[in-house]
Design a protein around this ligand. Structure first.
Ligand SMILES: Nc1ncnc2c1ncn2[C@@H]1O[C@H](COP(=O)(O)OP(=O)(O)O)[C@@H](O)[C@H]1O
Ligand SMILES: [Mg+2]
Length: 239
């Protein structure tokens, strides 16, 4: 088993007007390659903060994050930027597509950054967009697509360079139920096929039916881990 991600006793403290808050409070877990994990919990429980730390966009107040065995805190900024570009794929609540690039160009932009925008890469981006239901939208600009379509382009962009770690914050937030299920199912299939580690933040427990493990946060703490498939399916059904 290859450990793609290791989180050791991570704490993130924010200053507030009245004092301080531990948005992430001593969280530890591992994700092996090939595993798709859901991170759930009520609003304000620290999910986005956790994901931002994993994406090396925010540094923890204490603790360690290792991606492919490399400690993010021990890298200089240049190496961290390279690691973020090569080994991490992410989509955040705001999809941040580049407005003057088409769907396919937005996805291939990640390949360009990694100098891999070749014929194989271009075929892969078309295939990936098609699998996400956007085969007819390859040459549309973000402004010509619905919010849900844009979100799927952002998902394709997070996966195209085959990163070790794929992070998605509420990837189904602007999709209708049918489409949300389809996207998460495809997401899970791609994680499994390519032996990547995937973490999806969601407040929609129904989406958990496609994941291998569920991490539940509350008040910055990891309060429960569901590993049993029957238990996960029960959670997804609202039992
Ligand atoms: N930059 C920040 N400064 C101060 N407090 C923050 C900041 N970011 C998040 N928080 C606080 O940390 C807690 C966790 O927030 P967040 O990670 O966004 O939760 P979630 O994504 O689960 O809704 C909340 O109480 C939030 O108000
Ligand atoms: Mg959030």
């Amino acid at each position: 088993m290859t450990v793609a991600l290791e989180v050791r006793n991570v704490i993130k403290t924010f200053k507030t007007d009245t004092g301080s808050i531990n948005a992430v409070d001593d969280v530890s877990f591992q994700v092996p390659a090939g595993e798709f994990v859901a991170l759930v919990g009520p609003s304000g429980s620290g999910k986005t903060t956790m994901l931002s730390i994993l994406a090396a966009l925010l540094s923890p107040t204490a603790g360690q994050v290792l991606v492919d065995g490399q400690d993010l805190a021990k890298m200089d900024e240049k190496d961290r930027v390279a690691l973020r570009r090569n080994k991490i794929g992410f989509t955040f609540q705001a999809n941040n597509l580049i407005p003057y690039l088409t769907a396919q160009e937005n996805v291939e932009f990640m390949l360009q950054l990694n100098r891999k925008r070749d014929k194989v890469g271009r075929l892969r981006s078309q295939e990936l967009l098609s699998r996400l239901g956007l085969g007819e939208r390859l040459h549309n600009l973000p402004s010509q697509m619905s919010g849900g379509q844009q979100q799927r382009v952002a998902i394709a962009r997070a996966l195209i360079h085959n990163p070790t770690l794929v992070l998605a914050d509420e990837p189904t937030a602007s999709l209708d139920t049918e489409r949300a299920f389809q996207v998460v199912k495809t997401f899970a299939a791609l994680i499994h096929e390519n032996q990547r580690a995937g973490i999806m933040v969601t407040h929609d427990l129904r989406m958990c039916q496609y994941v291998d493990r569920v991490l539940q946060m509350r008040d910055g703490k990891l309060v429960k881990i569901y590993t049993d498939q029957a238990e996960i399916l029960g959670l997804a059904r609202g039992e």
